[in-house]
Design a protein around this ligand. Sequence first.
Ligand code: NAG
Ligand code: NAG
Length: 338
Amino acid sequence: MNKYVIFWILLVCLAFSDRRLRQTGTPSTTTPRPPKPYLFSQGCPSDLLHSRALRSIHLACENHSSTVISAFEGIQEGLKHCTNRLRFQQWDCSEAGNIMHDPPLLRSGYRESALIWALSSASAAWGVATACAQGWIDDCACNNQNEYEFGGCTHGVQHGITASRKLLTKIGPASNNLLRRIEKHNLKAGRLAIKKTLISSCKCHGVSGSCQQKTCWKRTAQLEHITDYLVEKYTKAKVYSESSSAKTTDLIYLESSPDICKEKSVGGRVCAWRNETHTQGNCDKLCCGNGFSIRHEVVRVKCDCEFVWCCNLICKDCIQHRWISTCNSTPIDKNLIF
Ligand SMILES: *[C@@H]1O[C@H](CO)[C@@H](O)[C@H](O)[C@H]1NC(C)=O
Ligand SMILES: *[C@@H]1O[C@H](CO)[C@@H](O)[C@H](O)[C@H]1NC(C)=O
């Protein structure tokens, strides 16, 4: 009797710690799938239904709304990662807008437009592939519990890439319009970024460690990683020319970007950050020479966390110092300083 009680307590503990691990991304074999988000049951929101820029989206909303929604959400997520990644650069993705809303940036052929095309195309594919792997999309045959448990779904990756191409490629010939050709190239570079960053894994089955049977699968990398990959391509983007040596994975652009210092105010932007050990950012460049001010913050954070059997995470409270630099909104009038 006693033995059974201990067994059940252990089992409950294991289930608990398993759920914790699951949340931090470690694959597990016992977790049920998360339920389909409410968002998916509502069909396309009206801004997408009436998308005039991309007829393909308007059409797909009719019978494949889950695919459109997961692509849209993927793009939003990609833009967030991009904003975070470029937070100390003059241009930081934050005002780019979602490609499905036909933002003004994508009517030009700047280096920044190239990144947004590629990032949108990659994160749309990522969003659809991820939703497939969760079993949230009916028309992708990825609802195989086996694949789900291994944390991958090879079929879903392909479905995502195809969906991204179909949704974001403008219908009609593009050959006579240079900007459209640049757009097409960069959208493809985004889809290739998904392929270049894929994670392949295999799992052995068989008696205790033997590998009599092997299951292999592919899954998309973390979107953060894909974003980093594309930001790297963005810094090395090539200007278009007839005899250009750009590869299909390279980003290409048509015209040089406008000078942000002349276009808009950078006042109030955080241009650098440091604590006792780390520093990031460059205010001289970002603030367009207008100067900046530094603010000191003290923050309380959880630290030295320890996992105590069974099933608690015990942390200490620590104090950290941060110095945050913010751009001035107008140049300091030099005549006023004596
Ligand atoms: C959506 O599905 C219906 C019924 O299967 C079909 O008649 C219609 O043509 C489909 N619409 C699109 C845009 O594919
Ligand atoms: C400073 O910030 C870095 C990056 O967030 C962090 O890893 C590090 O622990 C911080 N150091 C201190 C002393 O707070």
